[in-house]
Design a protein around this ligand. Structure first.
Ligand code: M6R
Length: 365
């Protein structure tokens, strides 16, 4: 049941601190990622991985996109990500000793399942699914499974499934990285961060009243642009997907560095620009992109680290988030974007849990 909440989506959004804890349960010690997290057969397989291919659709594809940044950064293993409906129908080349990872909330997405079957025929080191539904088709047909343990997700717009996928995939990243020279100190740093994650998500959720207020500025908009850099680019994509899916506002996401290559032409006072700006080594570059937007009369909504002073943007809409360890930025910064799309949808009076034309589980292509 929805309990005290008006919609399943809101309930599921607020469940995130709890389900992230559930996802981490039994998988980390105080300082280490436990090998048992990936099942008994895993250690042997993970030892041999030389390449990673991720396949997924929709929101699950966006967690795959974030994971690519992580795996290449921390584990130094090449990682490719593709939407399942493309992968399944093209001539694909699978590198030697590839671990193929499907990501899916339902475990029943037709294209993802077909892509897995096709890849298996081509020859893989092993397949793994990161999935939320025990006993689902993807779980049954994969060699390894990493359950997200988020509990049933009812709202069509995926929320807690996404953040638990990311949590599980960060654990997997560490497991691969350890086998490729990650130091114990670096592992401890990530695991220590993971212990703080539920609390940080809680703090992001506490921004709800601020975001609800801001959402009023969107209700009459027809278009929007989401910007991010690095692993925050897929977060911009996920934020845009949430907004279009439940509020029916056209939303596009761009890596901020691409602005000059076309989308800047769209910017005027009717085009809200939403940016995710944690404090990392890409912040300066992002801010200069945002200044360009401002100079062209764009209205900016910036979700930024509370410890950075964005003087030049302080006449814009700024929402401060707590300082977040770098590896957790994508998981924490998606929260305000989930809340934003929720409140905009409520204002527009759409069917938040059952948006038009969409199904929770896409079992036909
Ligand atoms: O069950 P799956 O994770 O395989 O589903 C994939 C997509 O259909 C799903 O994420 C969809 O994009 C969501 N409605 C997004 O909120």
């Amino acid at each position: 049941s929805k309990g005290e909440y008006k919609h399943f989506m809101l309930k599921e959004t607020f469940e995130q601190p709890t389900v992230i804890k559930q996802c981490l349960e039994g998988r980390i010690s105080a300082t280490k990622v436990l090998d048992q997290a990936f099942g008994v057969k895993a250690a042997d397989i993970l030892d041999q991985v030389e390449a990673v291919q991720i396949i997924a659709c929709g929101t699950s594809y966006h967690s795959g996109m974030v994971t690519k940044y992580w795996i290449e950064k921390y584990a130094g293993i090449p990682c490719q990500v593709e939407v399942a409906s493309e992968f399944r129908y093209r001539h694909t080349v699978i590198a030697k000793n590839t671990l193929l990872i499907t990501i899916s909330q339902s475990g029943e997405t037709a294209d993802t399942l077909a892509a897995l079957r096709k890849a298996k025929e081509q020859g893989l080191l092993a397949s793994m699914t990161v999935c939320n539904v025990p006993g689902s088709s993807l779980v049954r047909e994969s060699d390894l499974c990493l359950m997200t343990n988020a509990g049933p997700e009812i709202g069509v717009a995926s929320t807690k499934a996404f953040t638990t996928q990311l949590t599980a995939l960060l654990l997997l990243t560490v497991a691969l990285a350890k086998r490729n020279g990650m130091s114990e100190a670096a592992e401890t740093e990530i695991v220590t961060a993971l212990h703080q994650l539920p609390g940080l998500v809680e703090k992001a959720l506490a921004l709800d009243p601020v975001i609800e207020k801001i959402s009023q500025l969107f209700a009459d908009k027809h278009h929007s642009l989401f910007l991010g850099r690095g692993p925050m680019y897929p977060i911009a994509q996920e934020g845009a997907l949430k907004l279009k899916e439940i509020s029916y506002i056209h939303a596009e996401a761009y890596p901020a560095g691409e602005l000059k290559h076309g989308p800047l032409a769209l910017v005027d006072e009717d085009m809200p620009i939403i940016a995710v700006a944690p404090k990392n080594d890409l912040l300066e570059k992002l801010v200069s992109n945002l200044e360009e937007v401002k100079a062209r009369g764009g209205e900016l909504f910036v979700f930024a680290d509370e410890s950075v002073n964005l003087y030049d943007l302080d006449d814009q809409h700024l929402v401060s988030l707590p300082t977040v360890p770098c590896c957790l930025e994508p998981i924490v910064y998606i929260i305000p974007l989930q809340l934003l799309s929720y409140h905009v949808a409520v204002l527009k009076g759409t069917d938040v849990d059952q948006p038009r034309n969409l199904a929770k589980s896409v079992t036909v292509e």
